[in-house]
Design a binder for this molecule. Structure first.
Ligand SMILES: [Zn+2]
Length: 461
């Protein structure tokens, strides 16, 4: 088992003690009133934040979001103890930029992290892990690397930051959730009863789709086409370039391969929850299950791809949050929440102060989600002209206005019918851009290992 840096009690900050008291109140545990027998006050369980990002996971491919295939029995069970957000949106359809928004609470033009520009996150802004580390939390991330490689500097604030490397890969350079959990297991056990923040991330669902045959068989019946069970990036590139046109049944088969990988990640998610229960850390933990972006499956021609547009198939993400003590279990929130809202919300749930520079707002779990206004801006990595602004009802993108309530597929431009809405959204987009100075670039070197990992994920040639 690897050695992990200890988190001594000297790091226990006053803010953490306040958080412990608030959490104890939340759980109905008395800290201050001794029992009649004058026994020592019961110690509340230390707070923990478990943040799980299953890369490229579309919400509408999970049972709890209404999907008919059996992709997510475990997440569906978890959802019964959690709050589910119907309209959670990312700020970018790519891994680095979207996660950077979640952890800096800044929009892409303001956090500076970009794969296309070889730029790391701006060094002067606080990251969620730093804030939690300063408050006495042990912090660790076990992630799929690539766009989360330490070179992009989202590792700031983590005691342990372990990325899957290209050289680790024995199967198409792909990691699995089970492998990330296995890497994390020793660390989780080592923190014992201290407060901790764990960020677990996997590219298991990301292309290439390499499902176990048994899981693929559960997702489809009777496919007799020419595509193999494992869908490589090369196959997807040929399809998207028109070199290998889809035949009847092919698209469904590709989606089944993607779905089968979700089912594998779902099973590993259950193992994570079982470990937390075994260690007595489940009930008091704040558990966030989400993703960084979606995936296109032929909505506009491209199949098994993301990162190139801001339509909802690439921007919507699942968000299922279990509050400590299972508060508000089973609740559904229909209003829009954004990636930038996650970090301030996590800190608020823990009773910790939110840094002034965070641009997101605290999600109101008991109410209808985030308070108005809830404008969300999204940007294609490195493309300042590819911007969209979204509300729960409308999206303005590429000079077109979509009524998401009437036209969730974003097919019909209704700008001529609603010029006042278009003007308003264009103004909001300009306001969001101006709300902070652009981050500029923080250049990084992409070494061979990182290049190979990005290549395995289809980001570079
Ligand atoms: Zn991603």
């Amino acid at each position: 088992m690897p050695d992990f840096p200890a988190t001594g009690s000297s790091r226990l900050h006053r803010a953490t003690l306040v958080a412990l008291l608030r959490l104890a109140a939340l759980l109905g545990v008395s800290l201050l009133v001794p029992s009649a027998a004058c026994t020592r006050p019961r110690r509340p369980p230390a707070p923990a934040v478990v943040f799980v990002s299953i890369d490229t996971l579309r919400p509408d491919h999970l049972g709890c979001y209404g999907y008919p295939r059996p992709t997510s029995p475990e997440i569906d069970l978890f959802r019964e103890e959690a709050v589910l957000f119907e309209q959670a949106v990312a700020h970018a359809p790519s891994t680095l930029s979207s996660h950077a928004s979640m952890f800096t609470s800044l929009l892409p033009p303001h956090h500076g992290a970009s794969v296309l520009k070889h730029s790391a996150v701006v060094p002067t802004v606080p990251l969620l892990a730093e804030v939690l580390g300063d408050a006495g939390f042990a912090t660790a991330s076990f992630n799929g690397g690539g766009q989360l490689h330490p070179a992009w500097r989202l590792d700031r604030g983590f005691d342990v930051y372990e990325s899957f490397a290209a050289s680790d890969g024995s199967h198409l350079g792909e990691d699995t959730f089970r492998e990330r959990l296995s890497a994390a297991r020793g660390w989780i056990q080592s923190v014992r009863d201290k407060p901790f923040f764990l960020f677990l991330h996997t590219y298991e669902v990301h292309h290439p789709y390499t499902p176990e045959p048994e899981r693929l068989a559960l997702m489809e019946t009777g496919y007799d086409g020419r595509l193999p069970g494992r869908i490589s990036i090369r196959i997807l590139e040929k399809i998207n370039a028109g070199i290998k046109p889809l035949r009847p049944g092919d698209l469904d088969h590709i989606v089944a391969a993607y779905d089968a990988e979700i089912s594998s990640a779902d099973a590993a998610f259950a193992e994570l929850l079982a470990l937390l229960r075994e260690l007595g850390r489940y009930d008091s933990s704040l558990i966030v299950l989400t993703s960084d972006h979606g995936e296109a499956f032929g909505e506009r021609g491209r199949v098994g791809w993301h990162g190139d547009s801001l339509y909802d198939e690439q921007l919507r993400i699942p968000l299922v949050v279990r509050l400590p003590g299972g508060r508000l279990a089973g609740k559904t929130v229909e209003s829009q929440v954004r990636g930038v809202d996650l970090a301030p919300t996590i800190l608020s749930v823990l009773g910790l102060p939110v840094p002034e520079g965070f641009s997101g707002i605290t999600i109101d779990f008991a109410g209808e989600g985030a308070r108005e206004p809830r404008w969300s801006l999204a940007e294609v990595d490195g493309s300042p002209n590819e911007l969209a602004v979204r509300t729960p009802r409308w999206k303005w993108y590429r000079g077109q206005l979509y009524d998401l309530a009437a036209d969730p597929g974003e097919r019909t431009d209704v700008a001529p019918r609603h010029p006042e809405v278009e003007r308003d959204l264009a103004g909001r987009l300009a306001d969001l851009m101006r709300s902070r100075e652009p981050a500029g670039e923080t250049p990084i070197e992409v070494d061979e290992d990182l290049h190979e990992r990005l290549k395995a994920l289809g980001y570079v040639q």
